[in-house]
Design a protein around this ligand. Structure first.
Ligand SMILES: *Cc1c(COP(=O)(O)O)cnc(C)c1O
Length: 428
């Protein structure tokens, strides 16, 4: 078995040219993550267009995917809010200018201080569990007028074809998140009695779905549940949060989701289920991470070593500390050898980093053009859950992040770590 690096029908090209990249690496040494401002903005605008039928629509970008100030500010300019799940993510959103209702706080196993900060910032709190109702009240002293609950319908969840085979939450009954159906009814009643006035309903059932059916299917479940809850409890359901999970085509043979078709699919369910129930004022929210940023970032690295043993290895100057997904999930990330886009993929390589872990490989048995020492490699689709999952194992340092501006210029948006950063927390 080997992975095909060059798929015949592939149009998977980097968003930079070789000439552009050669100029960029003069200024910023490899490895670094590079982001595409134009792609990010255009995609964010397509999402807004897809949900323009819903006047209250708002995307709360999942900060964990790319917690980088320049990226968050850029998304805020495109009308996005921020979805946070920890104390530091809340602090980051605040420092990037997100205010009050622009911040969604969707966490689980939540420490008290995080609820305190979320309440102080006026964020919308999305409760993960029934017991968090009393915990929140005891922690901040009141129940906010606007409150949301996360639903876990249990059982298994299927949307048919598509996906990458590691849909981490396609089995909600096994997932730690959310209220049961019965707990939602009880929870809404309890929250209402404690002063809540505007309710939200949230669920996140599958990750990285490559199907235009995921959001509409989830919307159908949530819309029906919202109609029931409103009838049972009399609570005013103001928004329904479809959360994350819309995927991207990591592999060249996969095709991208059509966000306009997804928005239209959700609209149909809305018209069928919510409007007849007199709930045509419900706002739709999203907390997309991967879909917003994944394809608009790449990891730029250079071939530094070749090793010929039982296999052919190309050593590069990036490692799993810069991009953990291949090591962690066996995830596929497409690789382009810059300047050899049209060369035949007639060499089989393992592309490795320097960690003392045998899974520190960006590709295994990947067919690629012949690689020469110093070649620049672009590892695709690292814009979400890429830099942010980085770590310091083996004393490896996190890389810089660079923004390719819409006008073609570049901007350093995060400097690379230095040994001083590594030693900063150590006590000698
Ligand atoms: C991770 C996460 C998201 C974003 O998921 P993507 O797959 O990147 O779209 C959204 N909401 C919550 C609560 C999450 O934990």
């Amino acid at each position: 078995m080997f992975e095909s690096g060059c798929f015949p029908m592939s149009e998977k090209r980097p968003f930079v040219t070789k000439a552009q990249l050669e100029a960029i690496v003069q200024q910023y040494p490899t490895p670094f993550h590079l982001y595409d401002e134009k792609g990010i903005r255009e995609n964010a605008r397509r999402l807004r267009e897809a949900f323009a039928w819903n006047p209250g629509f708002k995307e709360f970008f999942a900060v964990k995917a790319t917690p980088t100030p320049a990226i968050l500010k850029l998304l805020r300019e495109e009308g996005c809010g921020a979805d946070c799940s920890s104390l530091t993510e809340l602090m980051l959103a605040d420092r990037c200018g997100f205010r009050g209702g622009e911040i969604m706080f969707s966490s689980n196993d939540t420490p008290a201080e995080e609820f305190r900060l979320a309440a102080r910032l006026g964020a919308t709190i999305n409760l993960d569990d029934f017991t968090h109702i009393d915990f929140l009240k005891d922690t901040i002293g009141f129940i906010p007028e606007t409150i949301s609950c996360r639903y876990n319908p249990g059982g298994t969840f299927s949307i048919g074809a598509g996906g990458e085979g590691f849909q981490v939450m396609d089995n909600p009954g096994e997932a730690k998140y959310g209220f049961t159906r019965a707990q939602l009814t009880e929870g809404f009643q309890k929250l209402k009695a404690m002063g809540a006035k505007r309710f939200g309903l949230h669920a996140f059932l599958a990750s990285n779905t490559l199907s235009n059916a995921y959001y509409p299917t989830l919307a159908g479940i949530l819309f029906r549940t919202a109609v029931e809850l409103q009838a049972e409890t009399g609570c005013h359901i103001a928004f329904i949060n479809l959360s994350g999970g819309v995927g991207i085509p990591y592999r060249p043979e996969q095709s991208a989701n059509d966000i306009l078709a997804i928005g239209e699919g959700v609209r149909k369910r809305y018209e069928e289920i919510l409007v007849p129930a007199g709930m045509g004022d419900v706002a739709i929210c999203a907390e997309l991470g991967r879909f917003m940023l994944g394809p608009y970032g790449c990891l730029v690295t250079r071939a530094t070593h070749f090793k010929h043993t039982y296999k052919e290895y190309v050593g590069v100057d990036a490692c799993a500390a810069n991009l953990m997904r291949p090591a962690m999930y066996g995830a596929y990330h497409h690789i382009t050898v810059m300047g050899k886009e049209d060369a035949p993929c007639d060499h089989r390589y393992d592309v490795t980093g320097a960690l003392c872990e045998n899974n520190d490989k960006f590709a295994v048995d990947r067919m690629l053009p012949q690689i020469d020492l110093g070649d620049l490699l672009v590892i695709h689709d690292t814009g979400a859950h890429g830099y942010s999952m980085g770590y310091n194992y083996n004393g490896r340092l996190r890389s810089a992040e660079v923004l390719l501006r819409s006008d073609g210029s570049t901007q350093l948006i995060r400097r690379a770590e230095t040994p001083d950063d590594y030693f900063a927390t150590m006590i000698f």
